[in-house]
Design a protein around this ligand. Structure first.
Ligand SMILES: Nc1ncnc2c1ncn2[C@@H]1O[C@H](COP(=O)(O)OP(=O)(O)OP(=O)(O)O)[C@@H](O)[C@H]1O
Ligand SMILES: [Mg+2]
Length: 227
């Protein structure tokens, strides 16, 4: 379970304080597929970055699987980001001079890639329908294919927590539904908790957890009984 308690986040824009999140309290069940919904500027990305320890709350605490992010040392937080959290962004963040397969392996390059990791990366790309695209560069691939690479890259380390910020925002509906379906299937197998920021209600399925944000506050939170 991820427990968000009384979390506020104030961004500084010059001398202006922007309260992106205002005393948010919510829970995300372990193993759930959770959506964060809300209008533009409501604080969705801010909350996602806090969950991934990419940013720190101004006040409040976030406890992930029993461990509070705020009580961790910077080194422990860094370990959490690298080992336990997998990030997927709207613009894919792929390296243009690397092949699809190498892009999936990027997080492991600093330590040196082992052959089981290379094999697993290939398997993930095959599962995502990119078996014949492994040596292609990102600019030789469609947007949907690029996002599948980013998904494989995020999942290769088998993160406990997968965080996706509008991962299909640039794709058409059919492609988006297919990609979210693949993400669901793979994360279920890996027992990962998934949090997806989106504007699209049509992606929500029965049993998904939904958190609605409005003006930096929780408007509604709970399990979705029907799609
Ligand atoms: N680094 C920052 N510096 C200053 N203000 C910020 C920063 N990041 C976000 N904000 C402000 O905080 C508020 C919430 O932003 P956030 O990006 O979390 O919204 P969002 O719900 O993800 O919106 P969108 O759907 O447009 O992506 C907005 O008013 C935004 O302008
Ligand atoms: Mg956003």
């Amino acid at each position: 379970m991820i427990d968000v308690q009384q979390v506020s986040k104030v961004h500084l824009r010059g001398h202006l304080e922007v309260r992106a999140l205002d005393q948010i309290t919510c829970q995300i069940p372990t193993g759930s597929f959770t959506f964060i919904l809300g209008p533009s500027g409501s604080g969705k990305s801010t909350l996602l970055y806090l969950l991934g320890a990419l940013d720190e709350p101004t006040t409040g605490t976030i406890t992930i699987h029993g461990k509070s992010l705020q009580s961790m040392t910077p080194r422990e937080r860094d370990q959490f980001r690298r080992k336990e959290a997998g990030f997927i962004f709207q613009n894919f963040n792929l390296l243009s001079n690397l092949s699809a397969l190498e892009n999936v392996l990027v997080p492991f390059l600093p330590q040196g890639v082992t052959s089981p990791q290379r094999q697993k990366a290939g398997e993930l790309l095959e599962r995502l329908g990119l078996g014949s695209r492994m040596e292609h560069r990102p600019n030789q691939l469609s947007g949907g294919e690029q996002q599948r690479i980013a998904i494989a890259r995020a999942l290769l380390k088998q993160p406990k927590l997968v965080l996706a910020d509008e991962p299909t925002g640039e794709l058409d509906t059919a492609n988006s539904l297919a990609i979210l379906g693949d993400l669901r299937a793979l994360c279920r197998e890996q027992n990962s908790t998934v949090v997806v920021v989106t504007h699209e209600h049509e992606y929500i399925q029965p049993g998904d957890h939904v958190i609605r944000i409005r003006d930096g506050r929780i408007a509604d939170s709970g399990s979705n009984p029907s799609a």
